[in-house]
Design a binder for this molecule. Structure first.
Ligand code: ATP
Length: 361
């Protein structure tokens, strides 16, 4: 078991693209760690640089305390699962799983024992003699995982491990992967562009944008307090409302407020001066919709449309010309045209700098 420490890491491709651009992060021993970001932000390059499949141009990578920056991939103690699984089509499942051991000249009897044990852990019993072409996508993915685990790396690196599976299998594989990681306790870094997958699986998430780290935190922290409007936009299955706002005057009896289209919301304005223009971030899940009078700061609007999300509905409310999304239980869905008031607890109302997009409060 081992942690990973990355310091001032940059990976520059020969064409000059700085795919990883001065990055610092630490993955703790046993942690399930997600690298999350939009296509092209450098996630895969970072993973491949940890594995030694790309050369670091600047900075260091340490695994289990040892500097591996210049070590070849096979000597780093990492096991990687590629997006397309990279199984050998002409080998059986057992041969695929134990291939890394064969390369290390481990005896055949030992390899057979490892294949048996690992296939049990990954629910591949009875499939050891098959070829990859005779397996479902989910089974192939588990063979790739089994091979990585059988190689006894100190850390497991997964590149979009679930992206080749259809939606139903992906959910199944997600649960399986989470349980497996917990049972084995192996330090795992996985790349995904799917925010829901990262929120569901990871102990910690690093959100990347153009080669840089923009936020590091638990799924809860990244969801509840995105550090800038880019992360706010990217995380959450319903997009966060980002509204133009102006910090209102405070009186001694209340916390601050922020004026937005259709009314105002409570806000921890702290040292932000009255009249300052800000972007107000509020998740649809954290707004409360009522058809009666609201006490305290609220926004007034008219229901435009409601979208069914399963057990809840996303209601769009026209607030003085600005559309605000609110999630309500399905049975509370108001009819279009209903006048409503929206309120939110002060700790859920986030204020961002209008120019830089950085979280102010
Ligand atoms: P995706 O989710 O689409 O795989 P990503 O976040 O993993 O994206 P990378 O594949 O790491 O991103 O790519 C980061 C940047 O580096 C992109 O601008 C990409 O075009 C560029 N890039 C990737 N591989 C190479 C390469 N071999 N040579 C030159 N540029 C590359």
């Amino acid at each position: 078991m081992a942690g990973i420490d990355i310091e001032s890491l940059a990976t520059v491709y020969p064409n000059g693209v700085r795919a990883v651009d001065g990055l610092d992060l630490s993955v703790a021993d046993g942690e399930f760690f997600a690298l999350l970001g939009p296509s092209g932000c450098g996630k895969t390059t970072l993973l491949r640089t940890i594995a030694g499949l790309e050369n670091a141009s600047e900075g260091t990578v340490r695994i289990d305390g040892a500097d591996v920056t210049r070590l070849e991939p096979g000597k780093r103690g990492v096991a990687m699962v590629f997006q397309d699984y990279a199984l050998f089509p002409h080998m059986s499942v057992a041969e695929n799983i134990t291939y890394p051991l064969k390369v290390r000249r481990v005896a055949a009897a030992t390899r057979a024992t490892v294949a048996e044990k690992t296939s049990g852990e990954l629910s591949l019993q009875g499939l050891l003699e098959r070829r990859p072409g005779q397996l479902s996508g989910g089974q192939q993915q588990r063979v790739a995982l089994a091979r990585a685990i059988a190689s006894e790396g100190k850390v497991l690196l997964l590149d979009e491990p679930l992206s080749n599976l259809d939606a139903r299998l992906r959910l199944e594989a997600r649960t399986f992967l989470k349980k497996l990681q917990r049972d084995l306790g192996i330090t795992t870094v996985f790349v995904t562009h799917d925010q829901a997958e990262a929120l569901a699986l990871a102990d910690k998430i690093a959100v990347m944008q153009t080669g840089k780290l923009v936020q590091l935190g638990s799924p809860r922290e990244v969801f509840a307090r995105p550090s800038n409007t880019f992360v706010a936009n990217f995380i959450g299955s319903t997009p966060m409302n980002l509204l133009e706002g102006e910090v209102g005057a405070t009186d001694s009896s209340s916390s601050g407020t922020v004026e937005v289209a259709g009314g105002r919301l409570p806000a921890a304005t702290g040292s932000i001066p009255t009249g300052a223009k800000v972007t107000v971030g509020i998740r649809p899940e954290y707004l409360t919709l009522s058809t009666g009078d609201a006490t305290g700061p609220s926004i007034h609007g008219i229901v435009v449309v409601a979208e069914n999300l399963g057990t809840s509905s996303l209601v769009s409310v026209d607030c003085a010309g600005t559309l605000i999304g609110v999630t309500v239980p399905e049975e509370d869905e108001p009819a279009p045209g209903t006048p409503v008031n929206l309120t939110a607890p002060v700790q859920r109302v986030l204020l961002y700098d209008q120019d830089s997009g950085e979280l102010l409060a």
